[in-house]
Design a protein around this ligand. Sequence first.
Ligand code: COA
Length: 335
Amino acid sequence: MPLRQHGRKARFIMSVKIIGTGSALPKLQVTNADLEKLVDTSDEWIRERTGIRGRHISTGETLVSLTAQACAGALENAGRAASEVELLLVATCSPERGIPCAACQVQSVLGAQKAVAFDLNAACAGFLFALNTAYAYVEAGIYRNALVAGGEVLSKIVDWTDRGTCVLFGDGAGAVMVEKCDKGGLLGFVQHSDGRKGEVLRCDSRELKNPYVSLPMEAPYVQMDGREVFAFAVRRVPESILEVLEQTHTDIEEVDLFLLHQANRRIIEGIAKRLSVDISRFPTNLDRVGNMSSAAIPVLLDELNRQGRLRPGMKLVLSGFGAGLTYGAGVMEWQ
Ligand code: COA
């Protein structure tokens, strides 16, 4: 067993790799021109400020149905059966139900009866945090494999009269299957949270209403200080990428592709500039799907995988950031 530096502790560990990917998007595609009919906006404004041209919006697809479809795709791509899954994690901030958790509902749809299933909410960094959680469980030998999904139906928590937010988001789900391996695969992660900045991007869940009190919700739909979020992302994401590269002894020039949370093309360009890395190494799909929060990274990963753009030995950096505020990065060698 190799001795690997993980955070501040050195310990004996096994490696963990992604063996399959999957994704699912709602059927309805909504263009910027469609949104011009809903709010005072324009295709030109949305494209220039964000890079987004369209997004998929649910007309009945649920977080559970989309996530189960993405998980089924990842299992098929991995050549594994649902009955083999030992851990099932769903990262989401837009579940249909408070209880049971989405992961248990997805487990039921898939028939992954052996799996331990639970949700994780770190907003747009959710998939990255869930992948690191799965990595820790599998690396420690607690489970042999894990199905890790990020899914959102953000259209139900967005205020469709607020042009400052409704043009940004989309619905969808992505998933990966991970399994232990001898070497390579996931090389390391860093994660950060700053609860002091929670107010800049928030959405209440339910009002406190019982026989003794009735308090109205302060933010029944997504509320955002876009400029604050923009500045946070452009500053903190490069820092976390450099941190994880240092932790995993990876030179930035070795990295083939940087798969960032797909929030805004200008944010990605700002991060590339700060890292002095050519923008061609930052693949994007946000022009077609918008910001899908925790689904963004796994959907992008699945698209690249199915397009044959990921070759064995390639080094990938994943980085997520969002409400919380939460952010982090991971490095992997594709196998
Ligand atoms: N269409 C047209 N005009 C719009 C608009 C829209 N959809 N949304 C906002 N505007 C207007 C504003 O009302 C403002 O008008 P005013 O100057 O008359 O007051 C003007 O455009 C500029 O608004 P501002 O918020 O300063 O624009 P911006 O350049 O900061 O871009 C965002 C706004 C939201 C695109 C940008 O701040 C951003 O992308 N932030 C990060 C958001 C994000 O990624 N969040 C999720 C993170 S996980």
